[in-house]
Structure formats: C-alpha cells, structure tokens
Design a protein around this ligand. Structure first.
Ligand code: HEC
Length: 89
C-alpha cells in the first residue's frame, strides 16, 4: 500500500478522469505509451510502487514528465499507482 487514505468515491472518479485525459495525453489513450512510457500493469509490475509515486508527485527532471503535487496529495498519487498496477477499471 503506497497510500494512507482511500480517496472518496467521488474523488476516485475525478482521479480516473485525470489519468485517462491528462496522463493519457502523453502516455497514450490506453496508457500503452506515447511521448511517455507505458503505464499498463505489465509495464509497471517490476517497478517500485514508491518510486512510481515519487515520479508522479515530483515529475522527472530533464524529461517532459511534469510534477503533479500541485494537484494530487501523496495518498492520491499512491492510489493512482495501485490503480495502474491493477489496471484501470
Ligand atoms: C507532458 C507529458 C506527460 C504527462 C501529461 C504525464 N506524463 Fe508521465 N511521463 C512522461 C514521460 C516523457 C515519462 C518518461 C520519463 C523518462 O524518460 O524517464 C513519464 C514517466 C512516468 C512514470 C514513470 C514510468 C516508469 O516506467 O518509470 C509514471 C509512473 C508516470 N509518468 C505517470 C504519469 C501520471 C500518473 C500522469 C498523470 C497524472 C502523467 N504521468 C502525466 C510524460 C508525461
């Protein structure tokens, strides 16, 4: 578990929309990769969930991956990682 507080159901819906639209614009409509790396369960399963969460919160310097901490709490970023690892519903 890389999150402490489960987002509310309404917030989960917002986060899923964010992932599909904003993340999808770089990572691909089906998150199979584009400008950004693929974010499918297959692509992420060997990676450290904590490191993935840090990448979401702080971006990756020198690459187009932006920091999302102005928009996401630590727990929300962690919930997104868990959701990506399971596969988007
Ligand atoms: C402007 C384009 C862009 C947007 C928008 C974007 N990303 Fe990225 N992302 C990238 C790029 C490019 C990389 C690869 C960086 C590198 O070369 O290491 C990346 C890397 C990542 C990684 C690391 C993947 C790995 O295998 O190590 C994760 C996780 C990630 N992004 C999640 C997200 C999430 C979640 C969102 C939406 C909240 C998002 N990204 C939005 C461009 C983007």
């Amino acid at each position: 578990m890389v999150f402490a507080d489960l987002p509310s159901p309404a917030r989960q819906t917002e986060l899923l929309n964010l992932v599909r639209q904003d993340c999808g614009s770089c990572h691909g409509l089906r998150l199979e990769g584009g400008l950004g790396l693929p974010l499918t369960p297959q692509a992420l399963k060997e990676k450290s969930p904590e490191a993935l969460k840090q990448t979401i919160l702080y971006g990756r310097g020198g690459t187009p991956m932006p920091p999302w901490n102005p928009f996401l709490t630590d727990s929300e970023a962690g919930w997104i990682v868990e959701t990506l690892l399971k596969g988007l519903p």
